[in-house]
Ligand binder design. Structure first.
Ligand code: FE
Length: 237
């Protein structure tokens, strides 16, 4: 019988700072937040997560390599480029857009989206008079298969609580000022129901291909906290 190395409470607590210094963990995504601030050891949730990974690894309950594969999948296989393709297609193909708004799951069957969850998808389109914003007031439900991992601010309780009360004020803080006559609709996501915003097609993009258009679509525009600016070719230089 393999001798299991028992980890005492003291050992566990001692492990945290050691891990914080980057000695044991290779699971990149988990440590990302801590690594953003050079020289600053992680604290709070990142430290707890790293400590837990360390303990579970030592107990051979998880394999860090398998964990890395999961994280790599979410870092490279999923992302807002999928949503951007959908938005661009909706801009160039009115029939697809109509189907997308009617039944997104069916309309997206041919898009080969990464299989993340089985939530029902709903697409909502912005127009000159209607602006849509997404939130999950309960936690962080997000259309992963279309937009990848949610940004930190999307999971933040300040965003989640304030955007339903004062959506104009919140999007203003993102740099988006909505005219008074624009109706703002806030969509509350759930585990079973996820949304994507189809932003308005930017001016100056007439004649562009779906592939070219997809490159202009930002993640934040598909969450509804950004409006795409008119396209100016010289700005690309
Ligand atoms: Fe949620």
């Amino acid at each position: 019988m393999a001798k299991e190395k028992k980890i005492s409470r003291r050992g566990f607590l001692a492990t945290g700072p050691a891990v914080a210094a980057g000695s044991a963990i290779s699971a990149r995504g988990i440590t990302q937040e801590a690594e953003l601030v050079h020289g600053t050891p992680p604290s709070g949730i990142p430290l707890r997560v790293q400590s837990m990974i360390s303990v579970l690894t030592k107990k051979e309950l998880i394999d860090p390599k398998a964990l890395d594969k999961v994280i790599e999948f979410f870092e490279t296989k999923v992302g807002p480029h999928h949503g951007a393709r959908v938005v661009a297609q909706a801009w160039v193909d009115p029939v697809f857009k109509e189907n997308l708004l009617k039944d997104a799951n069916s309309a997206l069957e041919d898009f080969e989206l990464p299989g993340v969850g089985s939530a029902h998808l709903v697409a909502v389109a912005n127009s000159a008079k209607v602006h849509n914003v997404l939130v999950c007031t309960l936690c962080s439900c997000y259309p992963w298969s279309l937009l990848g991992l949610p940004p930190t601010w999307y999971k933040d309780s300040a965003y989640r609580s304030r955007v339903v009360i004062d959506p104009r004020g919140v999007v203003e803080e993102f740099g988006l000022t909505l005219e008074e006559d624009v109706e703002v609709r806030v969509w509350d996501s759930t585990a079973e129901l996820r949304y994507i915003v189809i932003p308005e097609r930017p001016q100056g993009t007439e004649g562009m291909s779906a592939e070219e258009l997809a490159a202009l679509v930002t993640r934040d525009s598909m969450v509804g906290v950004e409006k795409l600016k008119p396209f100016k070719p010289e700005a690309e230089a």
